[in-house]
Structure formats: C-alpha cells, structure tokens
Design a binder for this molecule. Structure first.
Ligand code: BES
Ligand code: MN
Ligand code: ZN
Length: 526
C-alpha cells in the first residue's frame, strides 16, 4: 500500500472516497435517557461541513464508535464519495480509536473493491486529553505526528487478510492511502511519522503472516529461513543453529522439547548493533517458537489442537519487531533470540518424570511435557544473558491459564523490575496494545519446587500463568526482565471491523515503541 501526505483542504482532494472521522462532543450524556449526541465532523473545511450537513441534520449520524455513513457524489467536493466514520466520545478519543477507524475504513472500502481513498486526520486532535475532563485516557493522544502514524498503522493492519490458501481468494486490497493533514503542521515531521507508521504496520503484518502458516508449512527450519531472509534484506546480522549446536551449548531444556520431533529445531539469533550505539544497555528479545504444540507425551485433546500452529507467535513477534528495528535504526543494541521447535510425541520424546539439566545448570523435573514453552525459553533467556543482554523481554503463547485469567482482550505481563515495567507501560500507551500486569511474588515459588530436582516444569492448576512466569524467573537472575504471555491475544477468533480474524501480530508495536523510547532516553540504571 502506497501512502502519501496531502496538505490541501480535504474538499480539494481527488479520491474515490474521502473519509472523515466524526466524534460525539456531547458533554455528558451518560445516563441521559434522551440520548443526546453532538456529532462533530473532524474537519475545518467548510465545503466538507456543508456536504455533510444534511446527514448530520437527519440525526442518523451520532458519531458512535465505528458507525459509518456513505454519501455518493458529495456536492462541493472533488472526492467521488464522502464517508463519515464515528470515533465515539470526543473526550475519550485516542490513537487507540484512531487506528481502528483507519483499519475499519480500509476493510469497508476494499470490500467494495475500491483501491484507494483519502483519510482526513482529525481536526480536533489537540495533542492531549482535555484537562477538564474526568476521563482518563489509557492510550495516548500525541501531536499530529502521532495521529498520522496511527492512521497508517491502522490502515496497514486493516489491509491484511489471511486467506492465502483459499482458491477463490478475492484480491481485494487498498493500494493507495492519502492522508490529509493540516497545511500548518510540520510536513517533514508528518512525512517521517507516516514512514514510521508504515514500517511498524508492515512489521506487524509480517509477523501475522508467519503466525498464519500451518505447522507443515512453518517448521522450525522454515521459520529460521524466513528470519534469515528478513535479516539479509534489512541488514541485520543473523545466526541460525541446529540440534547439534543446541546440544553443544548444553541447552538441555530446549533440546528436551526438540528431541521428540523429526523436524530439527532451530536457534535463531538476530542482531541490531549500530556502530554508534552505547555498549549498554543491550536489550534481549526472546521468543517462544513452537511451530506446533501437540503437547508431546502429555498429549492435548484433539479438539482445538489445530490452533497450536500459532504457538510460535511470540517468536514471530520478535522477528517482526527486529524487522522494524532494522528499518527504523534506533541507536540501541538489540538481540533477538527465537527458540524454534515442534513439541511432538514419539519414541524419542521426553516423558513425564524425566529430569533435564538446563543450560544454566538448573535441574528440571518434567511433570507435563505440554509445559514446553517455559523449557525452550529457560535456555533462550539464559543464552541471551550470555550474549551480553542487560535487559530481557520474552513473548510467548505460554499458558491456557493466562487466557482463563484475562480472556482474549489483555495479554499478561510480568516484571521483576519496576523501572523497566514503568517504561514499558508507557510504550503500551503509545502502541495501543493491551497488557495487564500479573504478579511474580516469591511466595509462588513454593509451587514449582520438585522432590528430586531444583524445580518442576508445571505448578499445577492454580495460578498457572504465574507459576509459568515463576519458572522463567529462575533463569533471568537479577537481569531486569519482562514476560509477555500472549496466549489469549495472538489469535483472534472473530472478524472485527478493523482487523481480520486470525493472527493479530500482538506485541510487535509495543516492542518497537519501547526500543525507540529506550534509544531516545536511557533507563535510569543500566
Ligand atoms: N501453548 C500452550 C499454551 C496455550 C494455550 C497457548 C491456549 C494458546 C492457547 C502451552 O504450551 C501449554 O500447553 N501450556 C499448558 C501448561 C500446563 C501443562 C502446565 C496449559 O496452559 O495448559
Ligand atoms: Mn504446550
Ligand atoms: Zn505451547
């Protein structure tokens, strides 16, 4: 999708469709039975306001979130169509909603077989929430650059459909997006914001592409090849290791998962090491890359097992994030480590009761071979520390328990360092990705004690997301660390107006924002 910036008045833009957000500026209609709305068209262009006047007067447009009204041949406009798209309450409107509007516009218009449109950046985008308003904006409303970047990100995400294997696939795509922004704004800054939005949106779709592939077409070998090709294209250093090297490194936990499969495992290392970057910090991005999780000998029920092709979503998120990092070139050292393997039952597979020695030297009693993600990550995290990472973030579709706790809305986030967590949560506000913090208190450690080894790999039924995180914590030592459990949000079961069902590409945007933020202003302690 080609994206261009247009500084002319919206009425002068020649396009198949001019899309203008409408917000509900009603002060307080909560609980008001008359349900009064105050739709406010997000453009100062008189011709646009005139063209939409009848629609607004009809009362059919209230500015409700994702409400769409379409007008053909709008008088006084050069556009062939005018689309009004609702963004909800003006006081709550943030980049989170704006992304959705752009995505929904893309999906609505491409279904009509349109190939291009123009999106008007909201005129009331003030740069911050109304200080008089009691509402708390969870997500950011930055300057006009933030608006442009969010529109582009949302549009790219909306343009993606995971329907490659359908022979009657419709080639419906938006090829050209024009963003109409105020002429008074700094056009160079907006241009840069547009470019950033494109890079980040494309990276998210790159991840979704990897996650979408079924297990037979996304083996550890193929995942590593895709990562290698990406690194070659973007100039990242990349090392790929197989089973022999994994054994040689004494990655006993990682290998214990891989040993049962005929598909060879892969350890993927991607490095962004800009020449001028400070020695420290070195951020390690460690991803779970289980290309198919059958459960192993503790085999999963067949109902829903097909979903376990997305068990490499954490690894794919790290590969996607590295792609954007390579293109945005933040002045910070980042190392991506993905542990890719299948988890299969076979005569060579590990068994419940087996004891494995992790790379760190810790011994692990295997209670459940289906708790494999934490095993591959244990060695991935330890290895990342050995490579010199001073800060660690891992992402993994780690536990069903996290889905029970948080559903399919928030990912779980765990942290052993307050400063590190605080900084990351700022990135969440920018990226519009939802993650909710869960605890890693020492008191939970009881639950992963073993009778015959240092720890068990399954803490049992209660607090399953927490005990999985506690297990990982054993391998990070005193390194500041964040763990993202994305099991519930990496795959979307339903189509949404702004995004297709299937792989979501969660975590890519937040990781990229975080890396940019760290490069711009260092952490208080390295
Ligand atoms: N990959 C699964 C977790 C998962 C569940 C991801 C649902 C996406 C959706 C993980 O490897 C797993 O099987 N976890 C077990 C752990 C248990 C055996 C301690 C689980 O959550 O049931
Ligand atoms: Mn499993
Ligand atoms: Zn798994």
């Amino acid at each position: 999708m080609k994206t261009t910036l247009h500084a002319a008045p919206p009425s002068q833009v020649e396009t198949e469709c001019l899309v203008v957000p409408v917000l509900d500026a009603a002060e307080n209609n909560n609980g008001d039975k008359s349900d009064k709305h105050k739709p406010q068209i997000q453009s100062d262009d008189k011709a646009v306001l005139d063209a939409a006047a009848d629609l607004i007067a009809s009362g059919e447009v209230a500015g409700k979130m994702l409400e769409i009204a379409l007008l053909h041949k709008p008088s006084g406009l050069k556009a062939k169509r005018l689309m009004l798209i609702g963004g909800g309450k003006a006081k709550n409107f943030s980049s989170y909603e704006l992304r959705k509007l752009a995505g929904a516009a893309v999906r609505n218009l491409k279904a009509k077989d349109l190939k291009g449109f123009a999106f008007v950046a909201p005129s009331s985008w003030t740069g911050q929430a109304d200080p008089a308003s009691k509402s708390t904006l969870v997500f950011q409303r930055g300057g006009m650059e933030d608006a442009v970047k969010s529109i582009v990100e949302g549009a790219f995400v909306g343009n993606f459909d995971p329907d490659y294997y359908k022979s009657d696939r419709k080639e419906q795509k938006i090829d050209e997006l024009v963003i109409v922004a105020p002429a008074a704004a700094d056009q160079k800054a907006l241009q840069a914001a547009m470019e950033q939005g494109r890079i980040i949106g494309e990276a998210q779709n790159f991840t979704r592409d990897l996650v979408n592939e079924p297990g037979n077409r996304m083996t550890p070998t193929i995942l590593a090849e895709r990562a290698k090709n990406m690194c070659d294209e973007t100039g990242l250093k990349c090392e790929i290791y197989g089973g022999d090297k994994i054994k040689e490194l004494k990655m006993g936990a990682f290998w214990s998962v891989a040993q049962g499969s005929d598909e060879e495992p892969r350890l993927i290392v991607m490095r962004h090491e800009p020449a001028g970057a400070p020695e420290k910090p070195v951020l390690g991005l460690v991803g779970k890359g289980i290309t198919f999780d059958s459960g192993g000998i503790s085999i999963k029920p067949s109902d829903g097992m097909e979903k376990m092709k997305y068990d490499m979503a954490g690894g794919a998120a790290m590969i996607g994030a590295m792609r954007a990092i390579a293109q945005l070139k933040p002045n910070l050292r980042v190392i991506g480590v993905v542990c890719a393997s299948e988890n299969m039952p076979s005569g060579k597979a590990q068994k419940p009761g087996d004891v494995q020695i992790a790379m760190s030297g810790k011994s692990i009693e295997i209670i459940n071979t289906d708790a494999e993600g934490r095993l591959v990550l244990a060695d991935g995290l330890h290895y990342a520390r050995q490579l010199g990472c001073t800060h660690l973030i891992d992402a993994a579709t780690l536990t069903g328990a996290c889905v029970v706790a948080l559903g399919m809305v928030n990912a779980g986030i765990f942290a052993n360092d307050e400063d590190f967590y605080d900084r990351f949560s700022k990135s969440l506000q920018k990226s519009g990705e939802k993650m909710w913090r869960l605890p890693v208190d020492e008191e939970y450690r009881e639950m992963i004690k073993s009778n015959i080894a240092d720890i068990v790999n399954s803490g049992g039924r209660w607090g399953g997301a927490v005990t999985a995180a506690m297990f990982l914590k054993e391998f990070v030592g005193d390194t500041p660390w964040l763990h993202l459990d994305i099991a519930g949000v990496a795959w979307m079961e339903e189509n949404k107006p702004w995004i297709a069902k299937g792989p979501s590409g969660i975590a890519v945007r937040s990781l990229v924002e975080f890396v940019r933020d760290l490069a711009a202003s260092p952490l208080s302690k390295n």
